[in-house]
Design a protein around this ligand. Sequence first.
Ligand SMILES: Cc1ncc(COP(=O)(O)O)c(C=O)c1O
Length: 374
Amino acid sequence: MSLFDVYPLFDVTPVKADGVFLYDDTGTQYLDLYGGHAVISIGHSHPVYVNALTDQLHKIGFYSNAVQNPIQKRLADRLEQLSGCAGYNLFMCSSGAEANENALKLASFHTDKATVIAFDNSFHGRTSACVAATDNKKIIAPLNAQQQVRFFPLGNLELVEETLKSEPVCAIIIECIQGVGGLDESTTEFYQGLELLCNKYNTILIADEVQSGFGRTGDFFAFQKHGITPHIISMAKGMGNGFPVGGILIHPSIKAAYGLLGTTFGGNHLASTATLAVLDVLESEKLMQNAKEMSAYFIKKAKTISQLKQLKGRGLMLGLEFNFPVAELRKKLLFDHFLFTGSSKNPNLIRILPPLTIQTEHIDTFFNALSKEL
Ligand SMILES: Cc1ncc(COP(=O)(O)O)c(C=O)c1O
């Protein structure tokens, strides 16, 4: 049987990984500045993570959400403590799209409305409602196009308010720093303005932290820099360090009812254990602090690159924008210098999403290679 051919693949076959490095089937070592798309937060095969998952697998790997699962409860308490999101409730699922799908559905249930506001260049996943809220016509099937979604330029509060006045909007969904779209971020005034408008018009503010959450920006969530209180926060990627975990944090003003949301796999024993291990390592190794320090070091080095048009992003969610398409440069970095980097919707931008454990010598390796190729 062939694989359904939807991914353009690099001809590299990683068979082992450790910390910030990947190793292919010929033994070649690669520096991972992509983190498998912002997924690897505490580093590949971290011993705390491997031991926790192995121990748990020997006890019980899975049972459904119809029974007590104290690991999920323990995770909710740790998440509250480390994220600073006091009073929120946790609902777990298994991916970023599923997190946003549940967030949008809950917003619609809660407000009894159906229109969604999203922003130009957004990416929220590929399932029904969230792909409709994604600014990429190529991945929206006719089935998804039935959803009512309005797109506005990031930063334009006037257009948002006009729509809130005239249409039944259940949710505004926003990435505080856009990931796939190319690392754009608006102003604190804009994010606070959205919060005010949501409260005025009984609309749910959803912060999509699937990529930017779990310490990636140096804060636990990217929205925290702007001092806002979203009604729902969606999470995935760095949450499980590779284990398929997602979830939403739900403000206490939104009430639960049996059957409102549900999932077979979400929050199972292994998924909750993986996330607890990630939180333990984030805290014990002070990885949010490291993200801030390494980000400052990276930015300082980037400023010495004369060909750089703009540096975007925050923490270890960074973008290097040039005046030319970077596809060839990224290939050279991968095949001649053994460095994984990321792409985005912006063809001129290299994305940097390394494990939060990265050190200065790894950043030096990247800039030495980049300087040679430029
Ligand atoms: C901001 C954001 N939201 C949602 C998603 C979808 O996550 P998943 O691929 O786990 O469904 C992504 C994936 O790249 C993302 O970057």
